[in-house]
Every structure is written in C-alpha cells, then in structure tokens.
Design a protein. Structure first.
Length: 421
C-alpha cells in the first residue's frame, strides 16, 4: 500500500478503549497530590512539616520508579496486564487514606501512588507505539493527550462537585474507581495488535542496545533543556494562584487554584490535538523546545507585571498552549532518540524522571527566592531561566547538536494509511 492514502486505511485496533484509558488516566492523576495535601493539613490538622515529608516521599518514589517502569514496559510482553497492576496500585494508595491515616499509612499510600504515577504514562506510550509505530505515533499521541487533558478537566469538575456534597474520602474513592476502570478498559485493546518490538522501537533484527550506548551527547543536551523547562515552569502556577487570590479576595485559594488548573487543561486539549500536524510540518520536533521556552519566558514576564485577573488568566492560556504542545513533542522526541535501540520506554521513564526533578527544583528555587525577592521578582527569575533555556535550545538546534540520531527500526505503515477515527 502506498503512503499516498490510496486504498482502504488500516484502522487503529482498540482506538476507543485506548483513548478512554487515557481519559481516565488524566482524570485521576492531576489532582491527587494537592487534594492529599489539603486533606492532611485542613482535614486531619497535620503539621506542615509532616505533610511536606509525605509529599516529598511520594515525589522521591515517583522520580526513582519512572526509569524502572520504563524498563519494565520494554521487557514485559503484556502491557495491558502491567497497566492493570499500576491502576490497582493507584487505587490501593487512594483507599489507604480512609479514616484518620497515621504517618506510616500515609507514607505507604504515597508509595503505591508514586509507583502507579511513575508507570502509567510510559505504559500508555508503549501501547501507542506498539499499535501504530513511529510514523503514526505523533498523531495517536496527540489524540491520547487530548483525551487525557479532557479527563483532567472532567476530573477537576467532578472533584469540585463531590466536594460540595461529600467528604475527602469520597473523592479518594472516586479516584480509586476511576483508576480500576482505566486498568480494565485498556483490555479492550487487542493484545495481538500491540507489536512488542515496535512498542520499544526495536531494530528489525537483533537485540536491544546496551543501556550505556543510548546516552549520547545530543540526548544529554535534550534532557538538560527539558530540565530547564520544568525548573522555569512548575512554580509559576502556584505563584499565579497566589497573585489571583490577592486580587479576588472573595474566593478561597483552593477554588482559585482549581479554576486556574481548569483553564490550563481546557486550553491544552486543542493544542495537543494540533501539535502532531505542527511536528509533521517542522520535520524535527526539537525546534519546539526553544519556541515553548520562549513563550514560557513571556508568560513569566506577564505574570510578574500584571495586576489584573485578566492578565493572570492570559498567562494561564499561554501555559496551556505550551504544555499542550509539549505533551506531544516530548514523547515524539523521546521516540526519535530511541529509534532502533529497543529502549523507547526506558527513555520515556528517564525523561519523566527529569521532568519530576525539574519540578522539584522549581519549587525549591521559588521557595528560597520568595523569601528574598518576593513573588514578582521570583517570576522574573523563572522567566530568565526559561529565556536562557530557549537560547540554548535554539543554538543547539541550529548547530545540529540537538538533532536525534536516526536508526533503523521496525518498518511502520505510513501515517496516511492509518485510520485514526
């Protein structure tokens, strides 16, 4: 069959169950950590130090398990069964928070939640790659991310509704049931349709490359730019929430933050669906790293200078635009670096760990700067970090250093020959 779109198109097997699993994954993952923090602080009246210990432990588990989960996703033949195990782990972590949890039980819950969150996205990425290969991966990833962001919006709205009529534990039960449903619904994707070699970007013949051979200078530079992006980005949302709370005094900080998250996620949906066509036209997704960092720098400057609710909302629209594009560009670039290595999902896990590390560093940096400089100057520093990262990405891209190597992998059907529904 030619790549020109002649003849019948090959449908994506199990497309609707796959997108439904992504929708539910987005539903459960966005709000669980902030909700636990609020529950322990306000509902259980824990001290801030204890809450910080629990959250830091969960972040550490997430950081460390992501490369492990990626390696397991490469090695295990049954991606669907692995996903169900992760979904069950997430549900167990939610249900452990019932009643009045002790410090030990809360730490155990964070262990289960961190393991689950560290593995869910690499496994879904492996399923997508196994279904359509690298040619169709950007488009299917765009659809999956659109479904995930829609799930985040739905989840935030559902949590707000449950909070009006129920307890914190009712929300945790909702998350547990959604997680189990996600794990079960992925079995609607036929197992035989997930090509195990293609799912890990394996070459036509031979075995996976040794781990030591996949870490090239271009990959290290890509991971550095990715780290800079999330160092600059993550702390901007709570800083924007604090500024908006000071402007809209009639609303609680929790409701203000929930509203900003809803705005961001709603904007991410259309841009994640648009991103695959942008990547296809650009030929190399690396250029979007520099552009997204530049927009992030503009967002930081805007949030620093604005004194109006409209300006802050515009900043969140920029955030949704950037994150919608990055949610597709990031796995596509990882796939490019992994082409022919058989280590695609391991690299997904490594990239996820870098994202988590950048987010943690961002919060640490902003926490120290807030005491020294105040919120507006802190936003400017984060903006400067993003601008420096943008310059680094552009210079590396123009010199060809950031271009991923192209290795031979399992041949894929042309994108035009796949029916994405």
């Amino acid at each position: 069959m030619s790549g020109g779109g002649e003849g019948p198109k090959r449908p994506v097997p199990g497309l609707l169950p796959f997108l439904a699993a992504n929708f539910l994954a987005g539903d459960i993952q966005t709000g669980i950590m902030p909700l636990m923090s609020i529950d322990l602080l306000l509902g259980e009246h824990w001290r801030s130090r204890e809450v910080g210990l629990v959250l830091a432990f969960g972040s550490l588990v997430l950081l460390l398990f992501q490369p492990v989960a990626g390696h397991l996703a490469d090695r295990l033949a049954s991606k669907r069964a692995f996903f169900l195990v992760l979904a069950t782990s997430f549900a167990a972590g939610c249900l452990l928070l019932h009643g009045h949890p002790s410090l030990g039980r809360a730490l155990l819950a964070q262990l289960f939640l961190g393991v689950a969150q560290g593995g869910i996205m690499p496994v879904l990425g492996a399923v997508a790659m196994g279904l359509v290969g690298s040619e169709g991966f950007p488009r299917l990833t765009g659809q999956a991310q659109g479904a995930g962001h829609s799930g985040s919006v739905f989840g935030a709205a559902s949590v707000l509704l449950i909070a009006l009529h129920g307890s914190y534990f009712a929300i945790f039960v909702y998350y547990a049931l959604s997680s189990l449903l996600a794990g079960l619904i992925l079995f609607g994707v036929p197992g035989r349709a997930i090509d195990p070699r293609r799912a890990r970007e394996m070459a036509k013949e031979g075995e996976a490359l040794p781990v030591s051979r996949i870490f090239s200078p271009p990959l290290f530079l890509f991971l550095l730019v990715l780290l800079i992006f999330f160092v600059a980005n993550t702390a901007m949302l709570p800083l924007a929430g604090d500024k908006l709370s000071g402007i809209v005094l009639s609303e609680s900080p929790a409701r203000v933050m929930a509203f900003l998250v809803l705005v961001t996620q709603a904007v991410m949906v259309p841009f994640s669906l648009l991103a695959p066509s942008l990547v296809r036209r650009a030929k190399n997704g690396s250029v979007f790293l520099g552009l997204c960092l530049l927009v992030l720098a503009l967002r930081g400057g805007l949030l620093s200078e604005t004194q109006s609710a409209g300006g802050i909302l515009l900043g969140q629209v920029l955030d949704g635009t950037v994150m919608g594009i990055m949610s597709v560009v990031l796995p596509v670039l990882v796939a490019d670096f992994a082409r022919g290595t058989g280590r695609f999902n391991l690299l997904q896990g490594v990239a996820g760990a870098v994202v988590s590390a950048g987010a943690s560093l961002s919060q640490l940096l902003s926490g120290h700067l807030l005491d020294l400089l105040g919120p507006n100057q802190t936003l400017l520093v984060l903006s400067a970090v993003a601008l420096a990262g943008s310059l680094l990405a552009v210079l590396a891209f123009r010199s060809g250093v950031l271009s991923p190597p192209r290795e031979e992998a399992v041949p894929d059907p042309p994108d035009q020959d796949i029916d994405f529904g």
